[in-house]
Design a binder for this molecule. Structure first.
Ligand SMILES: Cc1cc2nc3c(=O)[nH]c(=O)nc-3n(C[C@H](O)[C@H](O)[C@H](O)COP(=O)(O)OP(=O)(O)OC[C@H]3O[C@@H](n4cnc5c(N)ncnc54)[C@H](O)[C@@H]3O)c2cc1C
Length: 281
């Protein structure tokens, strides 16, 4: 979909229905639910375009898609919960994970422990797997440079001070042939923005029914804020029920989606804590 337009009789979605199609088709709809997801962000550093440097999500996709690994010795770096499945997944696939480099300071965790209580068993599982595979974990560290001529041969990592700046004299070289790096995700909002939907920070703003401020347009999932699969599913469920009711000309009954609303509330609280914990340096 490259564009959604609002017209007097409803909405028109301009879409290409496959890679062969050159002319877009126009589909008319009374309601549109935008579920465009999010995209990974990476903070740039010297050498970040060298072959061998991939995003954390890219490494995960390679692994899940065809059991392909980005290298034999990999450094996983950046910040955010995605680094954990990437590092443990690579280690389980037989890759030597030279280090998991996370810029967050673990001392910030207790501040968010309550909001993240539901996530702790999952986090403990990852910690056990990191230990089992003997993956060194460097917290409050960051990658400052990737080295190599025509492909990656190593990365320099350094410790961060409380303000998120590199502490001089702490640089050290980690030889590796791949770096999987990611600094979180951002909502994909371009379709919503072309429609004129209001944003709340980086995300599409929605009400309790997942409606945007543009009549006939709903949004759900990571487009409305990064928070994981369970939150995206709950929002999609609520949006679907709201659309079904509104198209029948009735007001939806929020009791019909009460369980999903609880998942959404918990998911948003945990997501806010994770974002605060994993603010990139
Ligand atoms: C590598 C990786 C690992 C993850 N692991 C976990 C995990 O272990 N647990 C967890 O809870 N969450 C995980 N997540 C997050 C989880 O995938 C998301 O929370 C969830 O998929 C969000 O659902 P969504 O429907 O909002 O977006 P998505 O599932 O991303 O779907 C959005 C879709 O919209 C399509 N799209 C975007 N723009 C357009 C357009 N203009 N036209 C047509 N199509 C468009 C995209 O191609 C995509 O297919 C992971 C994410 C990544 C990247």
């Amino acid at each position: 979909v490259w564009c959604v337009e609002r017209e007097s009789g409803g909405l028109t979605v301009h879409a290409l229905l496959g890679p062969e199609q050159r002319e877009s088709v126009a589909l008319h709809a009374d309601a549109v639910l935008l579920a465009t997801g999010g995209y990974e962000t990476v903070l740039p550093f010297p050498g970040w375009t060298l072959p061998g440097v991939v995003t954390a999500g890219g490494a995960q996709a390679m692994l899940k898609g065809g059991l392909v690994t980005p290298g034999r010795t990999v450094v996983v770096a950046g910040t955010g919960p995605l680094l954990l499945p990437v590092a443990t997944g690579l280690a389980a696939a037989g890759v030597r994970v030279a280090a998991l480099v996370e810029s967050t300071h673990p001392a910030r965790l207790p501040r968010h422990a309550r909001a993240l209580a539901g996530k702790l068993p999952e986090a403990a599982g990852y910690a056990a797997r990191l230990l089992r595979h003997r993956v060194p974990v460097l917290t409050r560290h960051t990658v400052v440079r990737a080295h190599g001529e025509d492909r990656l041969t190593g990365v320099t990592v350094a410790a961060l001070d409380a303000g998120g700046r590199v502490r001089p004299g702490t640089e050290r070289l980690l030889p590796c042939d791949a770096l999987a790096v990611g600094h979180g995700m951002l909502p994909h909002t371009d379709l919503a923005e072309t429609l004129g939907c209001r944003l709340d920070g980086h995300a599409v703003a929605v009400d309790a029914e997942q409606r945007t401020d543009v009549p006939g347009v709903w949004a759900a999932g990571e487009a409305t804020g990064i928070g994981g699969a369970a939150l995206a599913l709950a929002e999609g469920h609520i949006a679907g029920r709201s659309i079904a009711a509104r198209l029948r000309g009735t007001a939806p009954d929020p009791d019909a989606w009460a369980p999903a609303a609880r998942v959404r509330a918990r998911g948003r609280t945990a997501a806010a804590a994770l974002h605060a914990l994993h603010t990139p340096p």
